[in-house]
Ligand binder design. Structure first.
Ligand code: MG
Length: 305
């Protein structure tokens, strides 16, 4: 807006930015909660934004929950939210296959029950959820039985990921199936600085085996925003994206021409953003937010006025 990037959002500037937007998109983990704990003040921020007439949406790359499960979790934490406000990659991936790919046929799914449910909700059948134990020898694996109705391989978070699943995905992809991934986050951050491997690791394994690149639907791909905008008529120039990660949340906002706000309760720091800024490299400027706050609770004084 002012031409100065990565500015602390406070006082009059904060009121000005809030007045300049009608819609606010929030990432979830590291922004409104950490694990099962709400960020202090986050519920009040969301509820006041809505009370002040703003449209509020949640865009998360996590594919392990349905919209309904997210809305239930948010309600428990005191957020005034319905499932229509939630855009997780389980749902967005199903929408992508339906509306963009116009998929005719089944999905071979490396993913969760939540993804299975979201696919079924848009009329797409799947095979593959759950464990797939290995038997036989390599010659058997190369001739593993495949469902002829499968026309797409979809990779999301799959706690049962295994060698046989990797093999089966490769065999389907060798036949020319569509190849779609939920997201490329390589780590799932946990409390206390810990982390576990994320969907991006599984996706890279499948890409390496199949020697093909997947199309991903999650942030920073614009499809997440398109999904929200097509249903709720969000105006880019009057929309703010709030997130804790520069390479997914902030880059999505930049890719879509939204205002961007980094919150420091999650993955990235102001120093990370300034490094991108100072690099002078054009391809890194999309990861520099317009503004930052220590926590979204910093918005409270302006919202209470
Ligand atoms: Mg996050």
């Amino acid at each position: 807006m002012s031409g100065t990037k990565c500015t602390r959002l406070t006082g009059a500037l904060m009121r000005q930015v809030l007045e300049s937007v009608d819609s606010v998109l929030f990432d979830c983990d590291g922004v409104i909660w950490r694990g099962d704990q709400a960020i202090p003040g986050a519920a009040e921020v969301i509820n006041l934004l809505k009370k002040n007439g703003k449209k509020v949406f949640f865009v998360t790359n996590n594919s392990s929950k349905t919209r309904k499960l997210y809305a239930d979790k948010m309600s428990l934490l005191g957020f005034n939210v319905t499932e229509d406000d939630v855009f997780g990659t389980a749902y967005c991936c199903a929408m992508y296959l339906r509306t963009v790919c116009k998929l005719q046929g089944k999905v071979y799914l490396l993913g969760s029950n939540a993804m299975k449910q979201e696919l079924e909700a848009v009329g797409i059948q799947q095979t593959g959820v759950g464990p797939d134990p290995i038997t036989g020898k390599p010659a058997d694996w190369a001739n593993v039985s495949l469902d002829p109705e499968v026309k797409a391989v979809v990779v999301g978070f799959d706690e049962h990921f295994s060698y046989m699943k990797l093999n089966r995905a490769m065999q389907y992809l060798n036949q020319g199936c569509l190849f779609v991934g939920t997201n490329r986050d390589t780590r799932l951050p946990l409390e206390g600085g810990k982390a576990v491997p994320g969907t991006g690791c599984l996706l890279q394994a499948v890409e390496a085996a199949a020697q093909r690149q997947a199309q991903t639907v999650g942030k920073p791909n614009q499809f997440m925003f398109d999904c929200v905008a097509s249903q709720f008529g969000v105006e880019r120039e009057r929309c703010l994206m709030v997130g804790d990660r520069l390479d997914t949340d902030i880059l999505l906002g930049s890719n879509c021409g939204l205002k961007t706000l980094l919150t420091l309760t999650g993955v990235n720091t102001v120093a990370d953003a300034q490094e991108h800024l100072k690099s002078g490299r054009p391809e890194r400027q999309g990861m520099v937010p317009d503004y930052y706050v220590d926590s979204i609770a910093d918005l409270l004084p302006a919202l209470r006025e």
